[in-house]
Write a protein that binds this ligand. Structure first.
Ligand SMILES: C[S@@+](CC[C@H](N)C(=O)[O-])C[C@H]1O[C@@H](n2cnc3c(N)ncnc32)[C@H](O)[C@@H]1O
Length: 217
């Protein structure tokens, strides 16, 4: 199965309130997604959340021009990185050197101002996964993508954060599925695509953390 073939599949799961709109494309992962974007004619996009730039590099190797947004700072509502932020930033710069990848060292909400509405072919959202941030990312970056472009991201999942159970509460879980489903419902997106099947089967390709995407209406 290719992602292009997967676009013709019938939806198999429900989006809350919106009914059966979720399509799972079996046997594909986000590396295939990078090639799909290029083959489909997309060229310029934003990756929110760069870290070391590993997926950014994959996107560029597929032929895409990418702006990567990441503040490289430690802040209370995000888990501290395992490496010092300044070192991580240097390592990311080194990792993407020679590729058409520009790192914008800003918080996602600040970097929104650097892009015109309806100007991007795609966005891949993989920054802070807690509800306030992922919601802001989806609603903010969707406006920056042109009609027919793609809004996508990593980690279509919900995982309860450890510090959400403590006092004082800090939201540190993964709430991506809540935010994506809500947007898909509110914006009446006809199809939400997930890369890989829900249940991992022996011998079938699936990223551990699945990516999601939909087309801008
Ligand atoms: C999961 S990592 C990104 C991994 C990268 N997309 C990849 O797959 O190779 C998440 C990154 O999001 C960044 N981040 C956290 N909060 C952010 C925010 N508000 N805006 C932009 N990036 C943020 C973190 O600094 C971290 O490097």
């Amino acid at each position: 199965m290719t992602i292009k073939d997967g676009l013709k599949l019938e939806p198999v799961f429900d989006i809350p309130l919106h009914g059966r709109r979720g399509v799972e494309i079996p046997d594909v992962g986000r590396d295939d997604f990078a090639k799909f974007l290029y083959d489909y004619g997309y060229r310029v996009g934003v990756e929110v959340g760069v870290d070391l730039g590993d997926f950014g590099k994959t996107l560029c190797q597929a032929g895409l021009k990418v702006y990567g947004v990441d503040p490289y700072v430690v802040y209370g509502e995000y888990k501290p990185p395992s490496t010092d932020s300044a070192v991580l930033y240097e390592q990311a710069l080194e990792n993407v050197r020679g590729y058409d990848y520009t790192i914008i060292k800003k918080f996602s909400r600040e970097a929104l101002k650097d892009f015109e509405d309806n100007s991007l072919d795609f966005v891949y959202i993989d920054g802070n996964h807690t509800l306030p941030y992922i919601s802001q990312d989806i609603f903010g970056w969707e406006r920056k993508v042109r009609r027919g472009g793609i809004i996508s991201g990593h980690d279509y999942a919900v995982v309860k954060g450890i510090r959400e159970r403590q006092e004082p509460k800090v939201y540190d879980g993964v709430h991506v599925k809540f935010a994506v489903d809500a947007f898909v419902y509110i914006a009446r997106i006809p199809r939400l695509y997930i890369l890989g099947k829900r249940r991992k089967k022996e011998g079938v390709k699936r990223d551990k953390w699945r990516s999601w995407f939909f087309f801008k209406q």
